[in-house]
Design a protein around this ligand. Structure first.
Ligand SMILES: Cc1cc2nc3c(=O)[nH]c(=O)nc-3n(C[C@H](O)[C@H](O)[C@H](O)COP(=O)(O)OP(=O)(O)OC[C@H]3O[C@@H](n4cnc5c(N)ncnc54)[C@H](O)[C@@H]3O)c2cc1C
Length: 360
């Protein structure tokens, strides 16, 4: 029997789940309150990595996600979205950097410390090479909006439809079973509903009595106008991180773990962008005409403990949750595992530490 599944949320996580469900035989309807990729996915830095995971199982999940990206790149054309540029990381320095490298080495991650001379050879246009940095050879970057476009285009080659402007406000429920959703267009029935609504998930899930506490964080990413190719890797330094995309734009933000705008100082996005531009020019002194083109203020979807929340919530059926930060990295893997769990009833061991029940 063909399963009729509603995916709520047209970001990279919803798009990947929709693609994997539809390509495995489900009939899928994606309901998006605005337009696809209008949330965090289009405002992301887009670093694909397993670099600074909080736990070993989270490291393993993210490392596996890099493999899944490579597999997905074999199956569908993602060249306009994905670049395997590798990263150069020295957000932390001194002993902290060495400790970080040792943890990664213990995990078996393909990353190693390089010195200033090697850095200068890899990135001749960047001023003041760090004494040491971690070279993450297998890492890459993805344009979240383009990923959503490509994944949804692939999904619609199977039995999938996207409805934009469709706001889900609640669930149709019979006992402990979810049987569809309430929307601004009325009731819609389905065999199963996936909630992939990123930073908006806590409130929506409360309508089904599901507790998913979130600690969402604002993040700001600035895009310059395109310039000639000047950077070869993702650069993650103590006061700025940046990369160059396929079109030549430099995509930049403050330190990766930073929160973006300084709300205590009522910093405006424009002041923030100018501050970032000054830092970028210090790193790239020979690049003329670095001009801010776009400032994206996004909300990072972060479950309270920082880890993904993926699975069927306790005591319910017919509903599946998929909410996470690092969704650009995780989306291809999560999409595959969610489709496997939903369609084949197979529990994915890789997800066992990330179930939403841990909050109930
Ligand atoms: C500044 C910034 C930098 C980041 N950098 C990285 C990075 O380098 N690497 C990385 O892996 N991750 C990064 N992230 C995180 C990553 O972008 C997110 O984890 C990912 O985009 C989440 O995707 P999503 O599909 O879950 O959510 P979203 O992209 O937010 O999509 C959710 C969608 O659901 C829709 N929606 C919400 N509520 C409803 C409703 N009730 N009805 C219908 N539709 C609804 C929204 O409109 C939205 O389109 C970053 C995020 C930010 C903001």
């Amino acid at each position: 029997m063909v399963e009729n599944i509603i995916v709520v949320g047209g970001g990279i996580v919803g798009a990947s789940i929709a693609y994997h469900l539809a390509s495995n035989g489900a009939k899928v309807t994606i309901l998006e309150k605005s337009i696809p990729a209008s949330g965090a996915s289009s405002k992301s830095f887009g670093w694909i990595n397993a670099n600074a995971a909080e736990t070993k199982s989270y490291y393993k999940l993210r490392r596996a996600a890099i493999f899944d990206y490579l597999d997905l790149c074999e199956r569908i054309k993602l060249e306009t979205a994905v670049k395997w540029d590798g990263s150069l990381w020295w957000e932390d320095q001194g002993q902290d950097l060495i400790d970080q490298a040792s943890v990664l080495a213990e995990y078996g991650y393909e990353a190693k410390i390089i010195d200033a001379a090697r850095f200068a050879a890899l990135e001749p246009n960047i001023a003041n090479p760090p004494e040491k940095c971690i070279f993450g050879q297998i890492e890459g970057s993805a344009d979240g909006a383009e990923m959503v476009r490509l994944l949804l285009a692939e999904a619609t080659k199977f039995d999938a439809h996207v409805v934009a402007g469709c706001h889900v406000s609640g669930f149709l429920r019979k006992g402990n079973r979810i049987e569809g959703v309430e929307t601004n267009f009325g009731k819609m029935r389905a065999d199963k509903v996936v909630v992939a609504t990123g930073a908006w998930s806590q409130k929506l899930l409360e309508c089904a009595g599901i507790n998913l506490p979130m600690d969402n964080k604002t993040g700001v990413i600035v895009h310059t106008l395109p310039v000639d190719p000047v950077i070869n890797h993702l650069i993650l330094s103590p006061d700025i991180h940046f990369r160059q995309d396929n079109s030549g734009r430099i995509i930049l933000g403050e330190i990766f773990s930073g929160e973006g705008l300084n709300e205590a100082k009522a910093e405006s996005p424009i002041d923030f962008a100018q501050k970032m531009l000054v830092r970028l020019k210090e790193r790239l002194p020979d690049v003329a005409d670095l001009t801010v083109d776009r400032i994206n203020v996004g909300m990072r979807p972060v479950p309270l403990d920082g880890l993904p929340a993926v699975g069927v919530p306790n005591g319910l059926s017919g509903i599946y949750v998929a909410v996470m930060h690092s969704g650009i990295t995780l989306a291809p893997l999560i999409g595959r595992l969610v489709a496997q769990e939903m369609l084949e009833g197979q529990d994915a061991g890789a997800l066992s530490d990330f179930r939403p029940d841990r909050f109930s």
